[in-house]
Design a binder for this molecule. Structure first.
Ligand SMILES: NC(=O)c1ccc[n+]([C@@H]2O[C@H](COP(=O)([O-])OP(=O)(O)OC[C@H]3O[C@@H](n4cnc5c(N)ncnc54)[C@H](OP(=O)(O)O)[C@@H]3O)[C@@H](O)[C@H]2O)c1
Length: 258
């Protein structure tokens, strides 16, 4: 009866750090870590460097077949129990909406919204009281963001989905945590699209994947529906809930983020 943690986007950045911590025991008793991403060599490196059993799934999560493949693997594993699902895989394109190639936008929609919904559907039957879901959102979810319009809307979707699912499932002690990191120095920013827009937005500053991964696993363990790891972004979140959108945009323009 293996107890399984599934981490998407495990081949770099925050996902890889989460796998490292889960391997060290930060998510409690886990027998197997199932890691999902497109680059096989990166996943093989995780198999070699982790002490727990790591099962690589080389899948493109914009492809609907990938969800069925993961579900089949669970069905074929006798008495599989999913203790943790981390929907972390993500990519974002900065720039004017009309200037972003349609295919990139479709990929963001699939990867950031459809894939988490599908994976939650397909793993829930394998969860038990005590199981946890972590959905990686972003501080971009706090406010609609010009020049990051689809990405920020998708992150708002996952933030709201997480909080309502947490309220639904909390009674059976399955908790869903939305994690809202600010910028992290990962491959996420390697091909941002409009580099100028990305550079302006990163003026809000960076935090480390180590900090975010640690905060995310702690919040999930505690059954919290929202995790904002950095103190300044907690304050920003509080502000966005009271300040009208037009005023918030004016502030962002004044401090040179937009
Ligand atoms: N870095 C930031 O500034 C920042 C800030 C806030 C939130 N976030 C969020 O944090 C999460 C992790 O991002 P990161 O910063 O760690 O970026 P990253 O280093 O670029 O990692 C992204 C991961 O997602 C995987 N991925 C991308 N497209 C995929 C696809 N179609 N199918 C399967 N896997 C795919 C990548 O693996 P392969 O390329 O091997 O498929 C990689 O493992 C994302 O949800 C991102 O939106 C990032």
């Amino acid at each position: 009866m293996p107890t399984i943690a599934i981490v998407t986007g495990a081949s770099s950045g925050l996902g890889r750090e989460l796998v490292r911590r889960i391997d060290h025991g930060d998510a409690g008793a886990i027998d197997e870590i199932w890691v999902v991403a497109r680059r096989p060599e990166r996943l093989d490196a995780l198999v070699r460097t982790c002490s727990k059993t790591v099962r690589p799934f080389c899948l493109d999560l914009t492809d609907p077949d990938s969800y069925a493949m993961l579900e089949s693997a669970l069905l074929e594993t006798p008495a599989a129990r999913v203790a943790l699902l981390v929907n972390n895989a993500g990519a974002g394109s900065f720039g004017d909406f009309a200037g972003i190639p349609r295919e990139e936008t479709e990929n963001m929609i699939s990867l950031l919204m459809r894939a988490p919904v599908e994976l939650i559907y397909r793993t829930l039957p394998f969860m038990r009281p005590g199981s946890r879901i972590i959905n990686i959102a972003s501080v971009a979810a706090f406010l609609p963001q010009p020049r990051l319009a689809v990405y920020s809307a998708a992150k708002r979707f996952i933030l709201d989905l997480s909080r309502s699912l947490d309220a639904e499932l909390g009674d059976i002690d399955i908790h869903v945590t939305a994690v809202c990191p600010k910028f992290m120095k990962t491959e996420f920013l390697d091909a941002p699209g409009d580099a100028g827009a990305a550079q302006r937005m990163t003026r809000i500053g960076f935090e480390s994947v180590e900090q975010v991964a640690q905060a995310a696993l702690r919040a999930a363990k505690a059954g919290r529906s929202l995790c904002i790891p950095s103190a300044d972004m907690k304050a920003l979140y509080a502000l966005t809930r009271v300040v009208p959108y037009r005023t918030a945009l004016a502030i962002e323009r004044a401090i040179g983020i937009l």
